[in-house]
Structures are given as C-alpha cells and as structure tokens.
Write a protein that binds this ligand. Structure first.
Ligand code: FES
Length: 86
C-alpha cells in the first residue's frame, strides 16, 4: 500500500500554510478556483493579506506569531523541563 500523501500542508513558522501537491483552492463554496495551475501555494493564516486566501507577505510587517506546534513524543512541552532521556 502506498502511504505517501499526494497533498501536504505545512505550517511555516510565524507565516502561511504551504500546500503542495494536487489540490484546488476555492475562494468560497461554488466560486471559481484560484491558483490551480500551481503545485505549491501559501495560504494566509494571519488575516492581514491583501490577496486572500493567499499570503502576500504581510505577516512579516504585522509581526504575526503563530501558535507553537504541539510537542512531539520525544520533546518535552517545556524546554526547561528534562525529558525522559536526560
Ligand atoms: S500569512 Fe502571510 S500574509 Fe498572512
């Protein structure tokens, strides 16, 4: 069985969501698609873009800070807290 996903979504630190693969971006239900010719798009998650739903780099100007990703099993939630491996 092939477990490689055909589409991936990757959150950029303090920036957009990068979507790679085969996808369609709809501006609203039933509306025209946008950016369908691309294999990679950056979707805004700061809410300040001038070209929604795409990122235009405005997140840098507004100092957007994304929530921290959830900790992995081998990574403590608090960096000051020792892990089981310490
Ligand atoms: S994430 Fe880049 S403009 Fe919003």
């Amino acid at each position: 069985m092939n477990t490689t996903p055909t589409t991936t979504i990757t959150p950029c630190p303090d920036g957009p969501l990068l979507i790679r693969g085969d996808f369609a971006v709809l501006t609203a239900p039933g509306r025209e698609e946008t950016a369908t010719e691309r294999r990679v798009v950056a979707l805004c998650r700061c809410g300040k873009t001038g070209i929604p739903p795409l990122c235009d780099g405005s997140h840098r100007a507004v100092g957007f800070r994304a929530p921290a990703p959830p900790p992995t099993e081998d990574q403590p939630t608090d960096p000051a807290e020792p892990s089981d491996n310490d």
